[in-house]
Design a protein around this ligand. Structure first.
Ligand code: GDP
Length: 365
């Protein structure tokens, strides 16, 4: 399963946020395939469509889809020099598919900031620089290996050497790999390098309690937004402390609390949705009388592969996918009505599943 790693300097609110994630925690009995690891938090993906489908179908139970956040501990500064805990930090980042970078934007005199003052850009750069230096080392080593072949005009080696040079130039200017323009061919080569700075990233600005639900400009947040825009990255504004309180609430209580704060959606829910998109994930639904359920798939998957997420038998014996879009189903009001209106399609092996599809798989056992 894909996972997003939470990183940040010490004292920025990572643990507070991660605790909110585990508190809000998904009912793990529903997700037996998820990792059991104290550093991994399973979250349910909030999806209003699932509630609507439940209203329509009235199943015995409803199960949201879920995915995982990994808390990445370890020492950041000097990590790229490859010492002990720093090394661990980098190897943990290597294993995640996307990065959620928590940045301190709250003022609190009682909580020391590692570098003496709240300066989000310098914080971001501290971490990003370690990642860039680690990537620079990867690229330099690789250059040494392909240089000879490239000199002999080996076509593949020449192409790779070009890519490596381009990356090296960027790293020397302290730019991450994700900020470099590559052709599709080149991107394939870049992927093979398993770089840290190519991973998709979003920034989480952790603001003070009193700033949630107000439109007051936080100059720190503005700086983070500017920085992120440069990398085409998204920024989510949360207050980790409040999130840990929200995470203890359920249903109506949670809604009341959010209303009091004057916000439509918790920061954590926003973060979950944004991360889900960042990972290239989307949702299809199954809707039967027993169970209405949301399933996560990776955009681009064809119907048999998506069926395989439910059970490998579904993929192996795949015949076809009876598919109706969420929108068509809701408009029709019931599965039967959607069928009568000709909105239920029979899709075959080559059908790329779309976000919001409601699917009934037919398969051979
Ligand atoms: P970590 O080192 O990044 O994991 O940071 P922690 O989550 O342990 O937070 C460090 C300190 O900052 C703790 O005392 C938290 O209670 C406090 N803290 C975290 N988020 C907030 C926040 O949004 N507002 C305030 N005032 N304090 C916070």
């Amino acid at each position: 399963a894909l996972t997003a790693g939470i990183v940040g300097l010490p004292n920025v609110g990572k643990s507070t946020l991660f605790n909110a994630i585990t508190q809000a925690g998904a009912e793990s009995a529903n997700y037996p395939f998820c990792t059991i690891d104290p550093n991994v938090g399973i979250v349910e993906v909030p999806d209003a469509r699932l509630d609507k489908l439940t209203e329509l179908v009235k199943p015995k139970k409803t199960i949201p889809t879920a995915f995982e956040f990994t808390d990445i501990a370890g020492i950041v500064k000097g990590a790229s020099k490859g010492e002990g805990l720093g090394n661990q930090f980098l190897s943990h980042i290597r294993q995640v598919d996307a990065i959620c970078h928590v940045v301190r934007a709250f003022q609190d005199e009682n909580i020391t900031h590692v570098s003496g003052q709240v300066d989000p850009i310098s914080d971001i750069e501290t971490i990003n620089l370690e990642l860039i230096l680690a990537d620079l080392e990867t690229v330099s080593k690789r250059m040494d290996r392909v240089a000879k072949m490239a000199r002999q005009k080996d076509k593949e080696a020449v192409a790779e050497y070009d890519v490596l040079s381009k990356l090296k130039d960027a790293f020397e200017e302290e730019q991450p790999a994700r900020a470099v323009d590559f052709t599709d061919e080149q991107l394939k080569i870049v992927k093979g390098l398993h770089l840290l700075t190519i991973k998709p990233i979003l920034y989480v600005a952790n603001v003070s309690e009193d700033e949630i639900g107000t439109d007051a400009d936080n100059p720190q947040v503005e700086k983070i937004r500017e920085y992120a825009a440069n990398e085409n990255a998204e920024v989510i504004v949360i207050c980790a402390k409040i999130e840990s309180e929200i995470a203890e609430l359920d249903g109506e209580e949670k809604q009341e609390f959010l209303d009091d704060l004057g916000i439509a959606e918790s920061g954590l829910d926003q973060l979950i949705k944004a991360t889900y998109n960042l990972l290239g994930l989307a949702t299809y639904f199954t809707a039967g009388e027993q169970e209405v359920r949301a399933w996560t798939f990776t955009l681009g998957m064809k119907a048999p592969q998506a069926a395989g997420i439910i059970h490998t038998d579904f993929e192996r014996g795949f015949i076809r996918a009876e598919t109706v879009s969420y929108k068509d189903l809701v408009e029709a009001g019931s599965m039967g009505a959607a069928r009568e209106k000709g909105k239920v399609r029979l899709e075959g092996k080559e059908y790329p599943v779309k976000d919001g599809d409601v699917i009934h798989f037919r398969f051979n056992v």
